[in-house]
Design a protein around this ligand. Structure first.
Ligand code: AP5
Length: 217
């Protein structure tokens, strides 16, 4: 399947993507993860992305479109993919449409994960991530059984630089201005499916799989 997982910062896209790709057997392509990896490796791409990510703004379209095109050309994406955090602007959505047309494939569905703003802010500011394996926790909603260490690998848990209250607010504003118009964009194409992301994690996963016509393995 070729799926876009849309939704504002903190909607649970990364959490759901990790569970869904396991169920569906397709690669998880997250532009945010790609930028953070590049930054960790100290590449020019990572350093450029950091300039925008730190304030909660978007990395320029040409940079973002370039890395996604390269990624979609890789062999493991030939039979499907789950895009998380891309597209985020109309030019990115147009570029994706063109790339898929050139590859002779089409999107199956765009899942829009809906969560109210107060809940999003609580999720973002309470999120903690393992520095070693990338596992995501939440101080209240999903705490690690090992306190400030990852319960899977024992790695140190940290707060993302862009999860402070002020930057999280800005990211939500940027989303409403630049990304929310894509809801109508995909609705007009008959591809949009709304998901209530305010429910507990396993219920959201179950709802998505049901909507996709898949039972949980
Ligand atoms: P990115 O990493 O994509 O961030 P985002 O879209 O802001 O999404 P998040 O990762 O913050 O949230 P999520 O929806 O994945 O939630 P999660 O599952 O972690 O992008 C970061 C930056 O990179 C952007 O600001 C931009 O600068 C740049 N960028 C990326 N893509 C770009 C693009 N296409 N163009 C330009 N720039 C781009 O969950 C959040 C928390 O909630 C966790 O603690 C989790 O445990 C908890 N949680 C999850 N689900 C639930 C639930 N159902 N109930 C309770 N808690 C839950």
């Amino acid at each position: 399947m070729r799926i876009i997982l849309m939704g504002p910062p903190g909607a649970g896209k990364g959490t759901q993507a990790d569970l869904l790709v396991h169920e569906l057997g397709i690669p998880h392509i997250s532009t945010g993860d790609m930028f953070r990896k590049a930054l960790k490796e100290g590449t020019p791409l990572g350093l450029e992305a950091k300039r925008y990510m730190d304030s909660g703004g978007l990395v320029p379209d040409d940079v973002t479109i370039g890395i996604v095109k390269e990624r979609l050309d890789m062999a493991d994406a030939a039979n499907g993919f789950l895009l998380d955090g891309f597209p985020r602007t109309v030019p990115q959505a147009d570029a994706l449409a063109q790339t898929l047309q050139e590859l002779g494939v089409a999107l199956d569905v765009v899942l829009d994960v809906v969560v109210d703003r107060d809940a999003l802010l609580a999720r973002l500011t309470g999120r903690r991530v393992c520095r070693a394996c990338g596992a995501t926790y939440h101080l209240v909603f999903n705490p690690s059984l090992q306190g400030d260490k990852c319960q899977s690998c024992g790695g140190e848990l940290y707060q993302r630089d862009d999860d402070t209250a002020a930057t999280a607010e800005n990211r939500l504003d940027v989303y409403n201005k630049q990304t929310a118009p894509l809801v109508d964009y995909y609705k007009k194409k008959g591809l949009l499916l709304e998901v209530d992301g305010g429910k507990p994690v396993d219920e959201v996963t179950r709802d998505i799989l049901k909507a996709l016509g898949r039972e949980k393995r």
